[in-house]
Design a protein around this ligand. Structure first.
Ligand code: GDP
Ligand code: MG
Length: 192
């Protein structure tokens, strides 16, 4: 087992974050917190790369399907009218497609972050998936105004600036997916 300060996670600055010139701002917030950037690169991902980045299991897809359905219900809209189905799995698969198309539409910045509780810490800095629920002071809370119902009706992914691994398993998969071991760097920050 590695020391807790060696925990690693993956952050992606999404196309909307890059286009809005927020790359430096996002990296600044990670470094300001005391987290260490140990790998960094801008890439224009293929749809296949994005497809293999996001989970494919039924549980994840159904969770997305449930969230999407709940949004339609919350705003009194008919989910079947827009999605063509009320099947949670099929809705999850459709929203996942929107996500892959969006993420592969422009350059992204991929970052490996290391530090104590890196996974939870970076999730906290990034904030809630839905910009209107993301606390002020988080990346999504400070820089995004998109809404899930607007995104669903437009049949596109929610634009929320950054992606961050949700748990250590996702982090392990995503780090191995985006970087080779030789691209990771080891160094001490001055406080160390
Ligand atoms: P995250 O881990 O906070 O990024 O959220 P998820 O893993 O649940 O979803 C992945 C990404 O899919 C999100 O960051 C959004 O860009 C998009 N997304 C999630 N839920 C919805 C939704 O209900 N509707 C739409 N249109 N996009 C969604
Ligand atoms: Mg996620």
């Amino acid at each position: 087992m590695n020391h807790p300060k060696k925990e690693r996670t993956l952050l992606l600055i999404k196309p909307d974050g890059v286009r809005r010139g927020l790359t430096g701002e996002v990296l600044r917030r990670l470094e300001q917190r005391g987290l260490k950037i140990i790998a960094l690169q801008m890439v224009k991902p293929s749809a296949e790369q994005m497809d293999n980045h996001y989970p494919k299991d039924e549980e994840w897809l159904k969770r997305i399907g449930e969230k999407t359905t709940a949004t339609f219900e919350k705003y009194g809209r008919d989910v079947t009218e827009t999605m063509g189905t009320s099947d949670l799995l099929k809705i999850g698969q459709e929203v996942r497609k929107w996500l892959v198309v969006y993420m592969a539409s422009a350059p992204i910045v991929k970052v490996i972050v290391e530090g104590i509780h890196a996974v939870d810490m970076v999730r906290k800095l990034v904030g809630n998936t839905f910009p209107y629920q993301a606390e002020v002071g988080t990346i999504r809370g400070d820089f995004s105004i998109d809404s899930p119902i607007a995104a669903n009706l437009d049949k596109r992914s929610i634009f929320n600036i950054a992606h961050a691994s949700e748990n250590p398993q996702e982090a392990t998969h995503e780090i191995a997916h985006w970087f080779t071991p030789a691209e990771l760097h080891e160094y001490d920050r001055s406080v160390e």
